[in-house]
Design a protein around this ligand. Structure first.
Ligand code: NAD
Ligand code: ZN
Length: 365
């Protein structure tokens, strides 16, 4: 359960839930009609299972397909989705189901938050990243040419159905990228989760469902705990901390483009490594902790250094992207820093000189 100040919803986690989705959502429907939004890849693999379950539960549906990829989280596709919803006569009580990864969830959630000033929203995440992170917590939105997730809304789903069986079709690179967000959770304030990841990463990433399902559950429980006390990201010791590695991660994504050269989770892994290195450089995080984090990400083939990126990256460009990140307060960059594994805090005191030194030492030009 996710308990927030004026709403509560369940995150269901397990194998073979998609084929029961119709029955699982029936109690929350006030009319027997839904809209499904899915990207074309996911639709080819999993839409039929969902629609069969809706047919069995006698729920009508309309489907809206979107192209796969980060570029779909844009004004252009937001407008297209909204227009299709309105042309197909969406009503105030017709739920929108997002079937897919974080891109589909973020775009569909933002459409659900805004069309007719809000219709019910259901998340059926099908990537590891979306099951452990983006489908839970209510952040929805799109990217603009200035940066990621800069337009959006807090809008909670009414239920999240995370069928870990759908991950069996997910490309391994996407699975590993999603795993980075689980490790990030451990690094933030759950060193026991990090240790558990060190122990069982191979089982999780070989899709041993006993461990994979537990990983999703642990990461969702962690996220539930954080957002419970800070639904709207207003507390410096709350939701903000979930952005560990993300300011730098987002700048890497912006600089490299959203065409698959770096995946969000890969950028987050590298972003976390850069923060640990920065904090060791600043003398506030033991080098053993930083080495341990790098070792773990390396062991699952996630990038841990700018040198792991094939494209030469300019430190000055990265610093410029940082200025567009949402995490700027009073003109100063807001960073999540670490005193060690599981010990994070927010700081406004990182200066450009230290960042430049970090980036140059790490392989930027
Ligand atoms: P994604 O939605 O682009 O999915 C990755 C790829 O996997 C796509 O090509 C998709 O078609 C394919 N795919 C999805 N499910 C599949 C399956 N079961 N089998 C085979 N292929 C499948 O990417 P993502 O990594 O899920 O999400 C990344 C997005 O999530 C980013 O835009 C990021 O900003 C956002 N995000 C949001 C939050 C939040 O709180 N809202 C948190 C973290 C990340
Ligand atoms: Zn993320």
């Amino acid at each position: 359960p996710i308990q927030l100040s004026n709403t509560k919803y369940n995150v269901l986690i397990g194998s073979q839930l998609l084929q029961q989705a119709g029955a699982l959502i029936t109690p929350i429907l006030s009319q027997k009609k839904v809209f499904i939004i899915a990207d074309e890849n996911v639709a080819a693999l999993h839409l039929q299972t969902l629609t069969n379950s809706l047919n069995i539960a006698q729920i009508d549906f309309e489907t809206i397909l979107i192209p796969p990829g980060e570029n779909t989280k844009s004004f252009k596709y937001f407008e297209q989705v909204i227009n299709q919803l309105l042309e197909k006569n969406v009503e105030r009580k017709t739920p929108i189901i997002a079937l897919g990864g974080g891109v589909t969830g973020d775009l569909s959630g933002f459409a659900a938050a805004t069309v007719l000033r809000g219709v019910p929203f259901i998340q059926i995440p099908t990537t590891l990243l979306s099951q452990v992170d983006s489908s839970v917590g209510g952040k929805t939105g799109i990217n603009t040419h200035t940066g990621k997730n800069l337009v959006g809304a807090f809008y909670q789903p009414q239920i999240v159905i995370a069928d870990t069986h759908t991950l069996n079709t997910l490309p391994q690179r996407e699975l590993v990228a999603g795993y980075a967000e689980i490790v990030k959770a451990g690094l933030i304030d759950d060193s026991e989760l990090f240790e558990w990841c060190e122990q069982y990463s191979q089982k999780i990433l070989s899709k041993d469902h006993q461990y994979l399902d537990e990983a999703v559950e642990r990461a969702c429980a962690f996220k539930a705990r954080i957002i419970k006390n800070d639904e709207f990201e207003q507390n410096s010791k709350g939701r903000n901390l979930l952005n560990l590695g993300h300011s730098l991660g987002h700048t890497l994504e912006a600089e490299l483009g959203y065409d698959g050269r770096i995946l969000h989770g890969e950028a987050v892994a590298l972003g976390c490594c850069l923060i640990f290195k920065l904090c060791t450089q600043l003398g506030i995080c033991p080098k053993e902790d930083t080495d341990r984090v790098l070792r773990h990400f390396q062991s699952v083939a996630l990038p841990t250094s700018i040198k792991d990126i094939d494209t030469p990256l300019k430190a000055s460009n990265l610093l410029q992207h940082l200025q567009h990140d949402k995490k700027v307060k009073d003109g100063k960059l807001l960073f999540i820093l670490v005193n060690g594994i599981g010990k994070t805090f927010t700081s406004q005191d990182v200066n450009e000189k230290d960042l430049l030194e970090l980036l140059i030492n790490d392989g930027c030009v």
